[in-house]
Design a protein around this ligand. Sequence first.
Ligand code: DP6
Length: 384
Amino acid sequence: SEGASGERAASGAQASEKMAGHGEVLVSTASAPTNIAVVKYWGKRDTKLNLPINSSLSVTLHQEDLQTITSVAIGKDFEGGDRVWLNGKEETDLASNKRMQGVFSAIRERAGDVVDEASGEVLVPSAELKTYKIHVVSRNSFPTAAGLASSASGYACLVKALSQVFRVKEAHEGELTEIARAGSGSASRSLYGGYVKWEMGTRDDGVDSRAYQVKPEEHWPNMHALICVVSDHKKTTSSTGGMIDSVRTSELLKFRAENVVPARMKAMEEAIAAKDFPAFAELTMRDSNQFHATCLDTYPPIAYMTDTSHNVSRLVHAINNESSSGPICAYTFDAGPNAVIFLEEDHVEKVLKALLADFGPDSAESSEPFVRGQTTLPAADCME
Ligand code: DP6
């Protein structure tokens, strides 16, 4: 719900506490959703700051089982410096995790004073707060690195929780999305709900490379997404590594960034504003296809889609061919084999039935399990 309103949530924040005998300890918990790009980000012009070669646009999926929940505790007297536990496992080499370190220092730089709400008294001045050690515990409610953009919700959530506990106030709109972007590009878009664009920007310092909400979720209330988990195995080529190879070797990627994406961003924003599903669907599918084409154009090639992914794509086109009023469903695939299918509520039953007939547990393709289809945005008809 916090994402749906488009506001960065303070709702997940929990009260600060003083814990006797352990000095000052402040805690905060936040949740952040994942997002699925319908105009894909692929390629960086700056790998340190995650500055992209093209703008992108995504839909935030607010489903509870597709999010990250992160608790941050900061304290003066914590032993062992900053520490992070992801999905129950401690990050052993935090010092060399440049992205995480970058987020920590960007937040510390912006720390505010801890103020007693009732009296206005400054309890911890920002200069002291900055020196507090950070402990992070973060958990995803879905398989990590299975092409479901776990880094997006992960870094968005980390930035949310840290900004709450360090009393960071944005100096300009979208400042926190810049910090999340430096953690993982797609995370910039997970700080807002609904339809979100990430403007690539032109500056070298990345200050204009931020995300903005295009439309809130309520703008298109009957929009749904079916998450079709083809495989929950870890992906073979990371987005970060894949992008570096694509930028280095793919001429198609350069063409796409310069000649295709700018007009597509505009067309996509117009389709969303007009709730024009056929236009939204065609743009979404074409963009997914072109992204995967740039992966194949990378040398050596990167293949994220499997045979099952291609069969899902074929089925979607077959369903759409039967429709006299243009496409009724649209697939998109990220850096993994799983399909996300957008469709309006009226068509959920029909499309889900067709998907389960071909890929469900009783189908011929069930050996590569189509683990489950599930609708999100905003209803939740879960199917195992
Ligand atoms: C295919 O945001 O995971 O999902 O910036 O290196 O962390 P880094 O990459 P990441 O890449 C996402 C790529 C994508 C498309 C998209 O979400 O726009």
